[in-house]
Design a protein around this ligand. Structure first.
Ligand code: TXA
Ligand code: MG
Length: 315
């Protein structure tokens, strides 16, 4: 994409409009983080409760001191190791960050994405004086995150205003949301697993991971989330008429609708959300998913699958 549409999008953000944009994890629904009215429109458009905080996206870790009041050494180590990339750091907020973004919490989530369109958009926005684009995944609250611009259009297009924009871009490469690490204590605490794994965090910081405090709100950590309309059932034999998502080495039984057959756990993450959307588009009542085994990104996939299937495991 030439930079001209991105300059236009950056101006739209500065004028208080919403801009959905691709990132390497999933597509985000962005607003100027320093404009509480624009941020309020994210919540209205998503149908998201106002007390669920948003991640602030910037083009460079150099802006961290403006957004965060305190950045421990291990958080710097994580930023150096994994930014730009699929990692969100939770830090003590600076006075500059509005309550609308943090849900009134004393912390702020910050991420430097690596997707070239996201990076260019953020640079253009910052060149206009912008400081951070607040962006949740561009889906209705509790639903499957979008990994393509078409999925954003289907899900939110009718709810957006004429001056809002949806940026095109190749499908998200990682396919599941960023790893979220709470950096407000003595040691890093993983709040949401992702493609940056526990082992990678331990290796980058030289610290053992801390335990999670259940009082911290992470909407992606609610038991039911990431759910399509179809019922998701894990690790059972699919029946005729079911949708089926499993690694390529699993055969498709007769009469079953194969939605994805990725060759690796990374491919599984990349294809999962589009496959769940395809199940709904095909009007399937039930999708059977065979969880990918092992460590690495498979841990985060199993986390999402547990939530997508919440309440439906007996069906
Ligand atoms: O990969 C991603 O992280 C994508 C892309 C667009 O960057 N964004 C994303 O945002 O997944 P969202 O809002 O769908 O999920 C962000 C999660 C939410 O569960 C929210 O509660 C949590 O991050 N979060 C944000 N700020 C927080 C904070 N200050 N403390 C604790 N959790 C926070
Ligand atoms: Mg989300």
């Amino acid at each position: 994409m030439s930079t001209e549409p991105l300059a236009r999008a950056a101006h739209a953000l500065r004028a208080g409009h919403l801009v959905a944009f691709p990132t390497e994890t999933v597509f985000g629904l962005g607003a100027d983080a320093m404009n509480p009215e624009a941020v309020a429109r994210i919540f209205a458009t998503k149908g998201r409760p106002a007390d669920h905080p948003l991640i602030v996206h910037v083009s460079t870790a150099e802006l961290l001191p403006e957004l965060a009041a305190a950045v421990p050494a291990y958080a710097h180590a994580l930023a150096t190791a994994f930014w730009p990339g699929p990692l969100t750091l939770i830090l003590e907020r600076s006075a500059m960050v509005p309550d609308a973004v943090t849900g009134g919490q004393p912390t702020v989530g910050v991420r430097v994405p690596s997707h070239p369109i996201a990076v260019q958009l953020l640079r253009e926005f910052e060149s206009l004086g912008g400081r951070g684009v607040a962006a949740p995944s561009a889906n209705r609250f509790g639903r499957v995150s979008p990994t393509t611009a078409a999925a954003v259009r289907d899900e939110l297009g009718a709810l957006m205003n004429p001056d809002d924009l949806i940026l095109e871009g190749a499908p998200s490469d990682v396919g599941i949301e960023s790893t979220i690490v709470d950096c407000t204590g003595a040691a890093p605490v993983v709040l949401r697993p992702g493609s940056i794994t526990d082992d990678m965090i331990v290796a980058a910081t030289g610290l053992a991971l801390g335990e999670r405090d259940a009082s911290i709100r992470v909407s992606g950590s609610l038991p039911a989330h990431y759910a399509p309309t179809a019922t998701v059932v894990l690790d059972v034999t699919p029946q005729p008429g079911d949708g089926f998502i499993a690694l390529a080495d699993h055969d498709t039984p007769e009469g079953v609708v194969r939605l994805a057959a990725p060759g690796s756990a990374e491919g599984f993450a990349r294809e999962l959300y589009a496959a769940l959307r395809a199940a709904d588009e095909a009007g399937l009542a039930r999708v059977v998913v065979t969880s990918p085994p092992g460590p690495g990104i498979a841990v985060a996939i199993r986390d999402r699958l547990r939530r997508a299937s919440h309440g439906s495991s007996e069906r």
